[in-house]
Structures are given as structure tokens and as C-alpha cells.
Design a binder for this molecule. Structure first.
Ligand SMILES: Cc1ncc(COP(=O)(O)O)c(C=O)c1O
Length: 842
């Protein structure tokens, strides 16, 4: 198998993912207006046939009836998916004679059915039976357009008040988890935009994919009303539906149900109210407590016998009063919800202390915080103030993969369920001398599975909380092993005055806790941050791979020499086995050896006790890609000196650069390796340090003092372990499944396009591997490097205006996607990046 097929040039648009879940999330959707004056709710049912349309009709009637007196504006009723009959027709029939309006339209309400099928069945079946597919993307696009269209009337001065949009109700189909319409495009990795013209369109309709209703509408970030089940057995159905909504992040403003006609079992109302008050607090994804107030759970009287016209029921005092009370409650909840959103930025300024942020800029109002109100798939849902009466909600591609953590997409349902299952079974359990299945299962995945980074070399997993602590433990292990081996090999204990240090790379970053801060050269990020900082390493310069003027090669430095950096393609650079025979390898070894010796033989009595590298991808140091041959040479020198090798794969591991561990590229194994970020799919913090049995054995002995006396409160917490098991399984299916390696491509960005980026004006170089593409901009008068952002700021601002949220690293602008992002989306992003760079010319 050659490198290019596996990672670089073979771009495959339709991953053969069978079980990897995907989410609807589309980054080119229009913005949505969020205003206190237009309360908006999405109506779900505990099941089909529980009376969603009756409740919707009653809410529409309530609004229409009080509108002439209160000038509340028009209510819009939207039915995105309709199978058999017409719910809009039902609403029309029962609203038409209100206020003497005759046909019901123009009388304070308007109905909109977006897609319909004749077959009275679930949308996934109807669309298959009638051979009329409709993808989630199409449904959402159409719904977004409709919402934008009607909402644009809410703040137009030229429209009479009664024509303004004053209330929006969206009625879903069937129950909370009923299917959406099916489409072959739903089978594609639609974690981001999927191509509409894919060969899978030819697949038989029986295999067309669908989502649940609750998943389909998640990107809207709208509060929900649940129409519960008033029948016998309805308490369970209602609570199950409620939990399904809550776990998907919905803010459930109210529950309403129609009492059963038979009535023998009594109303379900008291039981639901009891549940909501007994349980400590039901809480939404925003942290708001739900259903605490009495008005939030409402029951409507039983539907009368067929002989009595339904209009009489709608017009009865009880229905009118209860519905009005419910609607008042829902509208007030909406206004409270918008109030909270509008106050977020100022509240944050008062109480938060942001990482890597100079707050003075916020105090002086020179910078404003980004308000993120939810996230789905690849996208953040961002709220912007508008000039008028509210905010605009836009969908932005998260191009920094949420600080490089994103593996499964934001708010991914199956991952959320996995975490909730572990929370439900264990909560947290103490770990020393304890064994539980999530920990052993995860250890098994990490050490033995195809996608496990420790496969074939590691035998132990030590759990910590984040990347920094995983590396701290790794360094403790490495230094201990070094000292232990020296003594074992008869070299005796360290002599007095010897300072044990590490060998690392220039520009490296291993975290922000005190210990790992010392494994970095002096810079604004450590020196001056705290007085204990003391650099404890030999920091070697390294050669990088990059496209310059369209050609791949190594940046000429003293490491490479002037003539050694030319290559035909990336395959040649990645072919470490072949390159071991080259002069460059000997040159690298000689140079490393000589710097190492000089360092140890210098005045300060340093002794290198471990080598630590960020394999292939030097992340925080500027998103640089290091020549694997140089790192291999460093590992080989370390081996020759019996010095342990540590991989800090916190950023580069677990498929960030297309492979589970960069050992696959370097063709050599570490003694110790640290993983975090992608480990839990980007859901909860957790990290691991993997070690060989030899490293583990250095801690064996008769006394406790010989053991590794290190542990964090949340060590191996089951929620983190189960999330990680789930994420690793998904990565395994994505990257390691299929019949042949050609089926499992690791290339996200087309190398041809990446090479073209390097030819753009103001671009010094470009590079991409796996899920990352980075462009280094030429220095302007403000300087270059990590702390210089002269040219990158306008580029990032342009990206933001075009729906891409990115953070530069000095003069480096990068896009990092999740392993589930589609290749189409990657190429769209490259186009946006190119435009952003070209905008510098204007
Ligand atoms: C290579 C590397 N090591 C360690 C860390 C620290 O990880 P954390 O932020 O989870 O503590 C980072 C963070 O970006 C990193 O990139």
C-alpha cells in the first residue's frame, strides 16, 4: 500500500460508512432572525396520533382570537413534512370562521406545508414508496428559507401590524423519534454538505437514509413544546419523549396533552407535574431548569364524540382558557429565553476569565466575544446583535475543530447517548485498585484494536484528565525509566549536581500546567507568566514539509542543508523506510548527535533523560508539519543512548493527520505516548498515557513509594471512557473498515488545491495532511511567527463573514475539520480560504 493511496491523493467522496452516525448540519443555511416579538416553538409529539395538530390549531386560534385587541401580529403555522391528508387544511378548517374571516387566510394566520406525500405513512416510508426522496438538507434549507421569509416581515416598517409575523409554530411529523423523509443523500457523510450528484443516488429506495424528527430539527436551536400522550400508558410515552428531547439539547418550554376520552384512568397531568417537581430539576442543554412552573404542563379536556362538531370543543371555555394560559406561558418563556441570549455577552464580560485572552480589549470594547448558542455537526450556531430588535442566528463552520477536539461532530446524538448511559450506570467511581468495564474496554481498544494507537507496542493505559496532565505523567514515566535503566545497567545513581532534562523540538507546546510549561523555550507564554518557569530541555530546530510556489519540499534550514529539500511528491517524503538509506538521514543523525553532545558536555551538567516530540504535526507552534525522517533520526539517536522516547500525540494522534498514531509514518515505536482531544470524540475531557511493559515494570517494587503516585479525581471516569470507546469505534469504521485500504482514504484536502494555495499572493507556504490545511502568510511590517497576526486577521475576518469560524496562529491561518467531515465540504472550505486570501489584495 502506498502512502498516496492511503492518505494523500486518493479523494473519495462517498465513505463506505455503514454504522458511523451522521448528523444533519449544513453550513450554508441562511441566517435566522431571533426576536422577542416573534415567539417561536417547534411542536413535537410523544407519539403519532396524540393530537399535535389539534393543539397547534388551538394555539393558532388562541393567537388569532386575541390578535385584533392586542395587535400581536400574524401567526405562521409551518408543517415541514406531510404524509397523507393535510394538517394545514385541518387548521384552516378550524380557524376559518374565527373573527368572521371566511376562508381563514389573512385573518391573522398563515399556513405553510413544505413537502407532502400522498401515502398516509411515516415520511421515510412514504418517500420510498412514492419514489420521492427528500433529504434532510433539502428539508432544512426549505424550512430555513420559509422562516427567514416570514420573519423578514416581522421588522418591516412598511407592513401593517396585523400582517407582521408575531408567532411561529412548526409542527413536526409523528413522534419525537419518528423518521424524517428518506433520501440517498441522507446516506452520505452529511456531517457537512454532501454532494447531491453522487453515485449512491442510484441505490434502491429501501436503503435510503433518514434521521429522527428530533435530530432533523436540532440545527434550528429552537425551544420545543411536547404534545404528550393523555391515554392510558401515556405517562411513560410522554416522559420517554421528553428525555429524548432533553438529551438532544432541546429547551422544552411546555408539555400539553389532551386527556383520554374514556377517562377511566384519570388525567396524566398530576403524575407529569409530580415527576417534574420530584426529580431534582430537569434541565435543558443551556442549563435552564425545565417544567418547574405549574403553567408549563397543561391538559386539555377529552375530545368529544364524533357526533359533536370539533369546533364546539375548540370554542369551549376550558379549551380556550387552558390554551390561552399555555400560549401566554410559552410566549413568556420565549421572551425570557431571548433575554438571556441577549444578555450573554455582557454577563460573560462580568464573570468569565477567558483563556489566552487580554480582557482589556473587552473592557475597552475593542473586541467582542462570540456568542455560541449551540452547535450541531461541524457548525457553531452563532448569535449576532442586529441593529433593530433582536439578533441574527448564523451557522458557522467550526474550522478550529473546537480547539482540535472535534471527532464526532458537535452534539452528536449517539455520542451523547453513550455518555448519558455511562453517567446513568456509574456517575463517577473512584479508581485506585478499582476495575470497571468502561476502563478495561477502552484500554483494550487503545492497546489491541486496529484503530488503537498502542497496538503492537504499548501494554498499559494510565488515565488523566487533559493533554497537559497526560504529558506530565509521560515525562514522569520517561525520566523514571531513564534513571532506573541507568542503575540497572550498572551506571549508578545520578551524580550530584546533574540536572536531568529532556530533548524536545523548538516551538514545541505540551500544555499549560507548571511541569510541561518547562518543556518549552522561553516565550511570552511561559516566561513572565509565572516566576517558577525554568526551561528544562535541549530544543532542537527541525525541518518542515511545505508547498512553496506550488512545489512540495522541505524548508531549507541548517538541518536540511540547501540541496536536500527537493522531492517529487509527498509520497517520497513520507516513505521513511526508503529514506533511511539517504544521505539526509545520516546528515540529520550527525547533526542531532553533535547538538546533543554539546548540550550535555556544556557547563551546566545537563543530562537528557527523555526525548519528547509532537509527531508530524507541531500544532500550537504554528501548525507545521515536520519531516518524519528527522523525527525518526532523533528517535534512533535516543535509542542508541538508552533514552526513552515520548510521543505527545495530544494534537496529532487519533487520525488528526490521518493515522491512529504517527508511529505508522515514522515506522518506529515510542516507549510512552499521550492522547487527549479527539479521544472522547470531543465530548468530555479525558486523556491517557500509554506505556510499554518495560516502563510499567520500573514502578514495580515492594513499597508504595516505588509506585507511580499520581492520580486525578476524575481518573478513568466512566463517561469519558464510554465516550472514547464510542469515538474510537467510529474512527475505526471510518479509517480502518472496508475490504481494502484503498476504500479507506485519509485525505481530506486535495493536495493539488493545497499546492495552488501556496502560489497565492501574500502566501509564504501551504501544507495539508489528514484533517488539517494550513497557510503561512508572508510577514508584513508587524513581523512573523506565532505572535504576529498582521495579515491573518483580515483573512480570518473574511472567513467569518463567509460562514467559517477560524482562529489564526500568528501569521498562520488553518482549517481543521473533524474526521467525519465530508470531502465536498473540505473542498468548499479551501475555496473560501482562497477567496479570503485573495481579499488581501483589495
Ligand atoms: C501537542 C499538545 N500537547 C499537549 C497539549 C495540552 O493539552 P490540553 O489543552 O488538553 O491540556 C496540547 C494542547 O493543545 C497540544 O497541542
Amino acid at each position: 500500500m502506498i502512502w498516496s493511496k492511503r492518505l494523500i491523493t486518493s479523494i473519495k467522496t462517498n465513505c463506505s460508512r455503514k454504522n458511523v452516525p451522521s448528523l444533519s448540519s449544513f453550513s450554508t443555511l441562511p441566517s435566522l432572525h431571533v426576536s422577542k416579538d416573534v415567539p417561536t416553538h417547534i411542536i413535537f409529539g410523544a407519539n403519532t396520533d396524540v393530537g399535535k395538530t389539534i393543539v397547534s390549531t388551538s394555539l393558532v386560534r388562541s393567537h388569532v382570537q386575541c390578535n385584533p385587541d392586542q395587535g400581536k401580529g400574524k401567526v405562521h403555522y409551518i408543517k415541514p413534512l406531510q404524509c397523507g391528508g393535510s394538517d394545514e387544511g385541518f387548521v384552516t378548517k378550524h380557524v376559518s370562521n374565527l373573527n368572521g374571516a371566511g376562508d381563514g387566510t389573512g385573518a391573522g394566520w398563515e399556513g405553510h406545508t413544505l413537502f407532502n406525500w400522498d401515502t398516509p405513512a411515516s415520511p421515510h416510508l412514504a418517500s420510498r414508496l412514492e419514489n420521492k426522496p427528500m433529504s434532510d438538507e433539502q428539508v432544512l434549507s426549505s424550512l430555513y428559507s420559509k422562516l427567514s421569509e416570514v420573519n423578514s416581515n416581522s421588522n418591516s416598517n412598511s407592513i401593517a401590524m396585523q400582517e407582521h409575523c408575531g408567532r411561529l409554530l412548526i409542527e413536526t411529523a409523528g413522534g419525537v423519534l419518528s423518521p424524517s423523509s428518506a433520501s440517498p443523500d441522507n446516506n452520505l457523510p452529511k456531517h457537512a454538505n454532501a454532494s447531491m450528484n453522487n453515485s449512491s443516488n442510484k441505490s434502491s429506495s429501501a436503503s435510503w437514509g433518514w434521521s429522527t424528527q428530533a435530530d432533523l430539527y436540532k440545527p434550528l436551536q429552537l425551544p420545543a413544546v411536547l404534545v404528550g400522550d393523555g391515554r392510558l400508558g401515556g405517562i411513560s410515552a410522554t416522559l420517554s419523549a421528553l428525555e429524548s428531547l432533553i438529551i438532544r439539547g432541546y429547551d422544552v418550554h411546555g408539555i400539553v396533552f389532551i386527556d383520554d376520552n374514556d377517562g377511566e384512568h384519570g388525567s396524566n397531568l398530576p403524575a407529569l407535574r409530580e415527576y417534574a417537581s420530584r426529580i431534582l430539576a430537569l434541565r435543558s442543554g443551556s442549563g435552564r431548569s425545565l417544567l418547574k412552573e405549574e403553567g408549563s404542563i397543561v391538559s386539555l379536556p377529552p375530545i368529544p364524540d364524533i357526533s359533536i362538531p370539533l369546533d364546539e370543543w375548540f370554542a369551549s371555555n376550558e379549551v380556550v382558557e387552558q390554551t390561552a394560559r399555555l400560549d401566554d406561558f410559552l410566549c413568556q418563556s420565549w421572551r425570557d429565553h431571548v433575554d438571556v441570549l441577549q444578555g450573554l455577552r455582557e454577563n460573560g464580560k462580568e464573570s468569565l476569565w477567558w483563556p489566552f485572552t487580554q480582557h482589556q480589549g473587552h473592557n475597552d470594547n475593542k473586541i467582542t466575544a462570540t456568542v455560541i448558542d449551540g452547535a450541531t455537526g461541524d457548525n457553531f450556531s452563532i448569535l449576532h446583535d442586529n441593529d433593530k430588535d433582536g439578533m441574527e442566528r448564523t451557522s458557522h463552520f467550526d474550522a478550529c475543530a473546537s480547539w482540535w477536539t472535534q471527532g464526532m461532530g458537535h452534539g452528536e446524538t449517539s455520542l451523547g447517548l453513550a455518555a448519558a448511559a455511562a453517567a446513568g450506570k456509574f456517575g463517577h467511581v473512584i479508581f485506585p485498585d478499582v476495575v470497571h468495564a468502561p476502563a478495561t474496554e477502552l484500554a483494550d481498544r487503545l492497546l489491541h484494536s486496529k484503530s488503537g494507537p498502542g497496538r503492537d507496542w504499548a501494554s498499559r493505559v494510565f488515565f488523566t484528565d487533559d493533554g497537559s496532565t497526560a504529558v506530565e505523567v509521560a515525562i514522569k514515566m520517561g525520566l523514571k525509566k531513564f534513571v532506573y535503566d541507568r542503575e540497572k545497567n550498572g551506571k549508578g545513581p545520578l551524580e550530584e549536581g546533574i540536572k536531568l532534562t529532556v530533548c524536545a523540538q523548538q516551538d514545541c507546546y505540551h500544555g499549560d500546567t507548571l511541569g510541561v510549561m518547562d518543556v518549552a523555550e522561553p516565550s511570552v507564554f511561559n516566561e513572565g507568566q509565572h516566576p517558577w518557569y525554568e526551561p528544562k530541555g535541549l530544543f532542537l530546530s527541525y525541518p518542515t514539509i511545505r508547498y512553496k510556489d506550488g512545489k512540495i519540499g522541505l524548508t531549507p534550514t541548517k538541518c536540511t542543508g540547501q540541496d536536500n529539500g527537493m522531492f517529487n511528491d509527498i509520497d517520497e517524503i513520507m516513505n521513511v523506510d526508503e529514506r533511511l538509506k539517504s544521505d539526509l538521514y545520516s546528515h540529520y543523525c550527525d547533526q542531532i548527535q553533535s547538538e546533543w553532545d554539546d548540550y550535555e558536555e556544556g557547563d551546566e551538567s545537563f543530562l537528557i533523560g527523555s526525548v519528547i516530540i509532537e509527531p508530524i504535526l507541531l500544532g500550537a507552534g504554528g501548525m507545521r508539519f515536520i519531516d518524519p525522517l528527522w523525527q525518526r533520526a532523533l528517535m534512533d539517536i535516543a535509542r542508541s543512548k538508552d533514552v526513552p522516547v515520548i510521543f505527545d500525540e495530544v494534537a496529532s494522534g487519533l487520525y488528526r493527520v490521518g493515522v491512529s498514531s504517527c508511529r505508522e509514518i515514522l515506522k518506529a515505536d515510542p516507549d510512552i505516548a499521550a492522547y487527549a482531544k479527539l479521544l472522547t470524540g470531543g465530548l468530555v475531557p479525558m486523556s491517557v498515557t500509554l506505556a510499554t511493559e518495560d516502563v510499567f515494570n520500573t514502578y514495580l517494587g515492594d513499597t508504595k513509594g516505588q509506585a507511580l503516585l499520581h492520580g486525578h479525581s476524575y481518573t478513568a471516569h466512566p463517561v469519558g471512557c464510554v465516550s472514547s470507546i464510542h469515538a474510537l469505534d467510529a474512527y475505526a469504521e471510518l479509517f480502518e473498515g472496508g475490504d481494502s485500504n484503498e476504500d479507506n482514504t485519509k485525505a481530506f484536502f486535495d493536495q493539488g488545491v493545497v499546492s495552488q494555495l501556496s502560489k497565492l499572493p501574500f502566501v509564504a507556504e501551504s501544507m495539508s495532511l489528514g484533517t488539517v490545511v494550513a497557510v503561512t502568510l508572508e510577514a508584513d511590517s508587524g513581523g512573523s511567527g506565532y505572535t504576529a497576526a498582521g495579515r491573518s486577521l483580515p483573512v480570518v475576518q473574511h472567513l467569518m463573514k463567509n460562514g467559517v469560524y477560524a482562529r489564526p496562529l500568528g501569521n498562520v491561518v488553518y482549517i481543521m475539520v473533524s474526521p467525519l467531515t465530508s470531502r465536498e465540504e473540505c473542498s468548499r472550505l479551501c475555496g473560501v480560504l482562497k477567496d479570503a486570501i485573495l481579499s488581501l489584495q483589495q
